[in-house]
Design a protein around this ligand. Structure first.
Ligand code: M6R
Length: 367
């Protein structure tokens, strides 16, 4: 059932061209220039008139939520807040019937997310679910929702569910933006054409980075710490890269917005500190260049994820992982794939139980 792969996680990483495609199927109609999402469309006035959207999730799904915030604020210009479900539920949050709450959950069974939703529902908010498991508890309690259709995810470390969540959030942002007039038709058409091509780009990334990430991984089997840095859309991608590594390899890893480095983590940098930096051309590239200079001045080991043909960051980096160029909003989907592979191979070379890391459960049904 692992389809010839050594672990479910690797199988699921490689399934992403298909799972992203499945998530878009029947929704993204490029030729007609339409995004069809009944759950959104049937309640579009709720979204349009919402004071704000609150995204609630845990773990990887929370990282997807952060990217959702960037997407929805940029393209639909609706204010978004992203909260850990566990914090939200216990802090007596202000929720009104003018709020729309979006819960993101692969399993649809996460206890904290479920409890946070019940609270939001009691207070009269409209609640929307983005779940992978069909008919799960969260899917059932929500007023409406969109399934991710990524297929069963067995590996405890979430991979294909994450990129499917990003796909749904992208579709929602574009659909709302088009509807409320913040996203003009020409830009909408070019963005959806690009989104349609993402599965192909992921396929390419899998082909070009599979062996490379294995080779890089070999050099970091004994690492004790890692930093992951990114800016803009790729800041949450850095958080997610770090979470993948710590979950399955048990190496301590932290994700930061690259500019925050100066406010503390820079003190950690020496020749023993590996730093994964996500540096695509579209996304504050010049700022990232200076961050890399600062790291190299302190002899940190830089593993850079850059666009094909990149020169500036690549010339300073110790290891270079190239990915195809995309609009900034799609870069976390593409950049996440080599980071999943890197975490996977570091864990495999350390002899860790990749699919079932110690102390972790696939769905966290207790708080
Ligand atoms: O099923 P959910 O998406 O609600 O799960 C949330 C987290 O428990 C989950 O993403 C966790 O962080 C994963 N192990 C990450 O790989």
């Amino acid at each position: 059932e692992k389809g010839g792969y050594e672990h479910f996680m690797l199988k699921e990483i490689f399934e992403q061209p298909k799972s992203i495609h499945d998530t878009m199927r029947g929704r993204l109609l490029v030729d007609e220039g339409v995004i069809k999402m009944a759950g959104i469309w049937d309640h579009v006035e709720k979204f349009k008139n919402a004071n704000r959207i609150i995204i609630i999730a845990c773990g990887t799904s929370w990282h997807a939520g952060l990217i959702g915030e960037y997407l929805i604020e940029e393209y639909a210009r609706i204010p978004v807040e992203v909260e850990y479900a566990s914090e939200f539920r216990y802090r007596n949050p202000i929720i009104t019937d003018k709020d729309v709450v979006i819960a993101i959950s692969q399993s649809g069974e996460t206890a904290d997310t479920m409890a946070a939703l019940k609270l939001a529902k009691e207070k009269g908010a409209f609640i929307y679910g983005i779940c992978n498991v069909v008919d799960s508890s969260i899917a059932r309690i929500t007023d409406a929702g969109s399934y991710t259709h990524a297929g069963p995810e067995i590996g405890v470390a979430s991979t294909k569910a994450f990129t499917a969540q990003l796909t749904i959030l992208t579709l929602i942002a574009f659909k709302l933006g088009k509807h409320n007039g913040n996203l003009g038709n020409a830009e909408f058409m070019s963005l959806i054409a690009e989104l349609d091509a993402i599965p192909k780009k992921i396929e390419e990334v899998l082909n070009t980075t599979h062996e490379l990430t294995q080779n890089i991984a070999k050099d970091f089997v004994s690492a004790t710490n890692f930093l992951y840095l990114g800016r803009g859309y790729n800041y949450p991608a850095a958080l997610e890269g770090a979470l993948k590594l710590k979950e399955i390899s048990y190496i301590h890893a932290e994700g930061y917005p690259a500019a925050e480095m100066k406010h503390g983590p820079i003190a950690l940098i020496d020749e023993n500190m590996p730093i994964v930096i996500i540096a695509p051309k579209k996304g504050h590239y010049d700022k990232i260049v200076s961050n890399v200079q600062e790291i190299k001045a302190r002899k940190g080991k830089v593993i850079a994820v850059v666009n094909k043909g990149d020169q500036q960051v690549s010339s300073m980096a110790d290891y270079v992982i190239e990915i195809p160029e995309t609009s900034e909003c799609f870069s976390p989907i593409v950049a996440s794939v080599p980071l999943q592979l890197l975490a996977y191979y570091i864990a495999v070379y350390r002899g860790a139980n990749v699919d079932q890391p110690r102390n972790l459960a696939k769905s966290v049904t207790v708080e």
